[in-house]
Structures are given as C-alpha cells and as structure tokens.
Design a protein around this ligand. Structure first.
Ligand code: ZN
Length: 294
C-alpha cells in the first residue's frame, strides 16, 4: 500500500449554466509517498477554466497562479485523467480536511460528467493530525489550518510558499511522516466503495420540523421527571422553534412542572435524537392564555 496526498486549489466563480457559484478546480497537486513516507513522486497540473477567462485577485494572491497561468493550463478532464494515470493502485489518498472532497464531487457532477478522481481509500489528514495533536497535549481549535498545524508541530520546510497545491502537499507529507501512528492511522482509513461513502458525504442533515413526521419516534416524546424519575404528563402541545420542539410536563409525584425540548436530526441513514429537560418558566403564550380566561 502506498500513500498519496492530494491538494486542490480552486476559485469561486459564477456559473451561469447552473445559476450559482461553483468552486472550480484550477490546480491539482499531489505527492506520492512510499511506506517510509519519503516523497517518491510529485504531480502538478494547472487547469484552464471552462467557465471564466480570468482568475480572481484573491486566488492569485493566495496561490500565485495568475490568469495567464490558468489560460496556459489543461482542461479539467485532462488533468483528472492524467492524475488517475499517475496514482498507484491500492493507495490511501489524503486531503487536508474533507472540504476538498465536496469540491471534487461538485466539479465531477457539473464540469466533467463521467470522469471521476480515482480515490479508493481515503483519510482526512486534518482530522488525523488534529487527533495526534490532542494526544500530544496541544489545544486544538476545530478545523486547524495546515500552516497552523505545521507551525505548532514544528514542521518547517524551507523554500515553500504555502498554497500552491504541490507545496501544501509537501507540508502534509512532512507532518504525516513525523506524526504517523500505524494503528490510529489505519483506523481512520475509509474504503470509498463501501457504505455509499460519497453519497453519505454529500448528504446534508435535515432537522425535522413536523412532530407528526414519520421520522419522529413517538416513544421519544415521553419524558420523565428529572427530580424523581417518574413518567410525567405532557401539559402543552409541542411547539417548534429553531430545530427544537418544546413542551411542558407535569410530575404528579413532585407536584411540579418542568420544560422539555427534543430535536430530531435526520442523517443519511440515521436519526439522531437530542432531549433536554429544564426548569419551567411560564412562557409568554400561556400568560396570555391565563389573561383570556379571566
Ligand atoms: Zn417528580
């Protein structure tokens, strides 16, 4: 098994055919590592956009890639086919955060129908390195940048300006070489041909906002008193606000009211339920109701 670190540079551009912005890939960079994490080959292709005839100023500042470079590039389909021919079979592909994969999927779907990046086994290197950093006692904010991780872990590479695809990949390679733990690394390897890996990744979780939805397990709507544990009686209809259903419950044992809330999040093939119980405070609506009764 070998390792490939893939890094993409993309520019956000308005795409009239889809009437939305798209992060179009303008450079593919990668390094191939042997089992000792020595760089044995590198790959870099600059892509000529099929949508726009220039790159943004921000993109040039970040990557050093100018409009002239982009115009001298190859079509994305060619770059991807050349990349696929370059990588080994049975390689573990890594990217720094899985956001590259979202861009890959979007570009495959909209710009190069029928051509796909060859990614059989995958590891999110950001998530792996963050985990190693935590084990080393570093304080890690979520989604640490590659530059920050390299600095914190003391990985310096002379002569590299961050943010060209190949240079970023070389920094990733150095981090991986220094912080490789076989057991923890292989626990994170995902076979992209299994369990609808890409579909799962593309799926956006949905928060259920209808209490009568088939995704709401009615059993979950029962609450127990958080003081004595007895089953409680629901006193108000469920109200939905900002992802949560709210209601008020009454415990006979304790002769007290308490508030409860519950949230149903639908994932690709699962429903996550969160429940919370908190002190009862008379809501605005029930105050009004009292007033009406008088
Ligand atoms: Zn109670």
């Amino acid at each position: 098994m070998s390792y490939t670190i893939l890094d993409l540079e993309w520019d956000s551009v308005y795409y009239p055919a889809k009437d939305r912005y798209i992060n179009q890939i303008l450079q593919i960079g990668a390094v191939k590592l042997n089992n000792n994490f020595k760089v044995i080959d590198t790959f870099e292709r600059t892509v000529r956009s099929s949508i726009s005839d220039k790159v943004s100023g921000r993109f040039t500042r970040l990557t050093g890639i100018t409009t002239k470079d982009m115009l001298a590039g190859v079509p994305l389909s060619t770059a991807v086919l050349e990349y696929n021919a370059w990588i080994d079979e049975d390689t573990v592909t890594m990217t720094w955060s899985n956001s590259d994969l979202y861009t890959v999927m979007d570009n495959e779907r909209t710009l190069i129908k029928g051509i796909k990046f060859n990614i059989d086994y995958y590891v999110d290197l950001q998530s792996y390195i963050q985990n190693e950093m935590i084990l080393l006692g570093h304080e890690v904010k979520s989604q640490i940048s590659l530059a920050d991780a390299a600095e914190k872990l003391g990985v310096k590479i002379e002569g590299l300006e961050l943010h060209t695809a190949k240079d970023d990949s070389l920094v990733c390679a150095a981090l991986l070489k220094k912080y490789f733990n076989k057991k923890r690394f292989f626990a994170m390897v995902q076979d992209t041909s299994q369990n609808n890996f890409f579909k799962r990744l593309a799926f956006k979780p949905v928060f259920i906002d209808d209490i009568n939805s088939k995704y709401v397990n009615k059993e979950e709507l029962n609450f127990h008193c958080n003081k004595c544990g007895a089953p409680a009686e629901q006193k108000e209809a469920w109200k939905y606000r900002n992802r949560w259903f709210f209601s008020v419950f009454y415990c006979k044992n304790c002769d007290r009211m308490f508030s409860a809330r519950i949230c149903f999040k639908k994932g690709y093939d699962s429903i996550t339920v969160k429940k919370k119980v908190f002190e009862y405070k008379k809501a605005q609506s029930s105050v009004k109701k009292d007033g009406e009764e008088k």
